[in-house]
Design a protein around this ligand. Structure first.
Ligand code: IP8
Length: 262
C-alpha cells in the first residue's frame, strides 16, 4: 500500500491572495496518479485554500477573549469549508481520470491534543481501501483538547505519518515543489545540492518556517514528520510534483529523483 502526499503548492497557486487552483498541474497530476497499480491513499495539502484562512484567523494560537473565540469559530468554519472544497475539486478531477477516489473529511473524525493527532479511527479508510477505492484526505482544521487553543491545523504531513503507521504502508511518497531536500534552500542559494538520503544524523540548515505562506512548517516541518516515520521503520521519499512524469513513476513503483528519508 502506498501513501501519496500531493503538496498544496503543486495543486494551488500558493501565494495567491485568494484560494486559486493550478488547473494545469491538477489535471496533469491526476492523470499521472491514474497510473497507480497498488492500493493507495492520497493526502493533499491545503495550499491557498487553507493557509490563507489558517493564518488570518490564527487557528492554533491561544484564544484570547470572547470576541477572539468567536473570531476563531468563524475561522474554523471558513478554513474547513475551503479545504473541503479543494478536496471536492481534486476528487472530481481524479474521477475524470478514472481513479475511484473517495473524499474523506479529516476534521469529521480527528481530534488533536496540543496539535498532535489524539483521536483518529482509521477503520473506515482501511475498509474503503479493501473495497478497491482510493481514499483522499487532506490537511484540515480540527478540534483540539487543549482548552487554551481549542482548534488546530493538522498538516497533510502529520496525517501521512499517522496513517502510514496505522495502515502499515509499504511506501510513503511526498510530492512537493522541490526535487527533495537540499544542503540549503535551493530557492535562495543556487549552490545548494540535493541530498539523496537523509537520516536523523544528517545536518541540515533548514529553518522550520522558511515558507512564510505555510502555517505548518514548510520543508523543515515535513522532514520532522518523515524522520519520525523512519524511526518506526517506514522509509519515505520526497519528490518534485512539478516535474512531469515524477508522480507517474513513483505510483507505478519506478525509480524517481528525490530524497529518501530513512
Ligand atoms: O498544506 C495545512 O495542510 P498542509 C492545512 O499539508 C490547513 O500543510 C488547513 C492549512
Amino acid at each position: 500500500m502506498i501513501i501519496l502526499k500531493i503538496g498544496g503548492s503543486a495543486l494551488t497557486i500558493k501565494d495567491a491572495d485568494k484560494p486559486t487552483i493550478d488547473e494545469v498541474n491538477l489535471d496533469r497530476i491526476a492523470q499521472e496518479v491514474s497510473a497507480y497499480n497498488e492500493d493507495m491513499v492520497i493526502v493533499h495539502g491545503a495550499g491557498s485554500y487553507g493557509h490563507i484562512y489558517a493564518k488570518k484567523f490564527g487557528i492554533g494560537d491561544v484564544i484570547g477573549n470572547v470576541n477572539d473565540h468567536l473570531y476563531k469559530l468563524e475561522g474554523l468554519c471558513r478554513t474547513q469549508a475551503s479545504v473541503q472544497l479543494l478536496n471536492y475539486i481534486v476528487v472530481e478531477k481524479l474521477h475524470e481520470k478514472g481513479v475511484p477516489a473517495i473524499g474523506i473529511k479529516p476534521s469529521s473524525f480527528i481530534v488533536t491534543d496540543n496539535k498532535r493527532i489524539a483521536v483518529c479511527d482509521t477503520k473506515i479508510i482501511k475498509q474503503y481501501i479493501d473495497n478497491g477505492f482510493v481514499p483522499v484526505l487532506y490537511g484540515d482544521a480540527v478540534l483540539d483538547y487543549n482548552d487554551y487553543i481549542k482548534f488546530a491545523i493538522i498538516s497533510g504531513d502529520q496525517l501521512i505519518t499517522y496513517l502510514a503507521k496505522e495502515l502499515k504502508a509499504d511506501r510513503v511518497i511526498l510530492s512537493s515543489d522541490v526535487d527533495g531536500i537540499y544542503t540549503d534552500n535551493p530557492k535562495i542559494n543556487p549552490e545548494a545540492k540535493l541530498i539523496d538520503i537523509v537520516t536523523k544524523d544528517t545536518k541540515l540548515t533548514l529553518t522550520e518556517n522558511e515558507d512564510q505562506a505555510d502555517v505548518t512548517g514548510g520543508m523543515g516541518g515535513k522532514i520532522k514528520e518523515l524522520l519520525q516515520l523512519a524511526e518506526e521503520g517506514i522509509e519515505s521519499q520526497i519528490i518534485n510534483a512539478e516535474t512531469p512524469g515524477n508522480i507517474k513513476l513513483a505510483v507505478s513503483g519506478q525509480e524517481v529523483k528525490g530524497t529518501i528519508i530513512k
